[in-house]
Design a protein around this ligand. Structure first.
Ligand SMILES: [Zn+2]
Length: 104
């Protein structure tokens, strides 16, 4: 997957995050990127946090590219290295990892 360009619009309807599969709510800013995936142009929508974290994972462990399905696997794996809290839900894990690795 290689990104050609991206914009940060405000959602005017519900979208689904391509990384975590969670909802992008109306009024929320999200990343809309235009990419070439397996030779085909595609539009990819995701939460800003998910996009940052996805980029971090790619730069650390997936130089050859990372599938969206690997993202949830890495969120669980990396979070488990920091915390034994197995009851944490996905958005909490993403918040935590985003703070830890993306410096926000
Ligand atoms: Zn997301």
């Amino acid at each position: 997957m290689s990104e050609i360009a991206h914009t940060i619009p405000k959602a005017n309807k519900h979208h689904k995050c391509g990384c975590c599969c969670g909802a992008i709510n109306v009024g929320e800013k999200y990343v809309r990127s235009f990419e070439v995936f397996e030779g085909h142009p595609a539009t990819f929508k995701s939460h800003i946090k998910c996009r940052d974290l996805f980029s971090y994972f790619v730069s650390e462990w997936y130089e050859d590219g990372m599938a969206e399905s690997d993202y949830l696997y890495e969120v669980d794996r990396v979070f488990a290295e920091h915390s034994n809290d197995s009851s944490a839900d996905l958005s909490l894990k993403i918040d935590y990892l985003h703070k830890t690795y993306c410096g926000v």
